[in-house]
Design a protein around this ligand. Structure first.
Ligand code: ZN
Length: 208
């Protein structure tokens, strides 16, 4: 059985997680770069596969065992193509990771974190068939089975703030990134430009 102290700690940690998730979403929507950069830290290369977005002092170590996960983020460093083509190039033995390097990558990173965390929490919430209160009307609907005020608050936030935001993948072929709420079709200006160039090349080739 969970002790009173454990239960209290879980509440505190769940609340931290929820606070961070709702803040991230708010900052992303309003493009508040200041607090987002503070959270992710200066652009840098790291050896470990992820960075912890919780302030170290109150890192909730027990979240994983309690069904929540720490909010982490990382992307592998990209080795430029010209380097790979260079016969003298030696592949690094250690896999390097990097934190977001510019505003575009930062927004993409935040959006990825939000989608990951929401997906994880939605997996915890069951959808069950519901017969309805009126026995004379045989209607079957579905409802979420929520455990406690925490999941209820999460669901309410989800439907208010996130459910109407489309989760789409970038339309540029070969790019698997998610399209952030402030962009349409393409994940970034770079992919938009690359796709436009590609279309232009195809048009030119057809003219000849
Ligand atoms: Zn893309």
């Amino acid at each position: 059985m969970q002790s009173y102290e454990d239960a209290w700690r879980f509440n505190e940690e769940a609340l931290d997680w929820y606070n961070l998730l709702t803040c991230l979403t708010d900052w992303l929507k309003k493009k508040k770069f200041g607090p987002l950069w503070e959270l992710f830290g200066k652009p840098r290369v790291t050896n470990s596969g992820s960075i912890d977005l919780y302030p170290e002092a109150n890192s909730p170590l027990d979240l994983q065992s309690l069904g929540l996960y720490q909010i982490r983020y990382s992307i592998p460093s990209i080795i430029p193509l010209e380097k790979l083509r260079d016969p003298a190039f030696v592949r690094p033995t250690k896999y390097e990771h990097q934190t977001p390097q510019d505003d575009t990558q930062l927004l993409q990173a935040v959006w990825n974190v939000i989608v990951d965390q929401v997906e994880m929490m939605m997996n915890e919430i069951e959808l069950t068939p519901f017969r309805g209160g009126d026995a004379t009307k045989p209607n079957l609907t579905w409802r979420f089975r929520v455990y406690g005020a925490f999941q209820a608050a999460f669901l309410q936030w989800y439907f208010q703030e996130l459910a109407d935001v489309n989760i789409e993948k970038c339309a540029k072929s070969g790019c698997e990134k998610i399209v952030p709420p402030d962009r349409r079709k393409y994940c970034s200006k770079q992919c938009y430009a690359a796709a436009a160039k590609q279309r232009q090349r195809i048009r030119k080739a057809m003219e000849v």
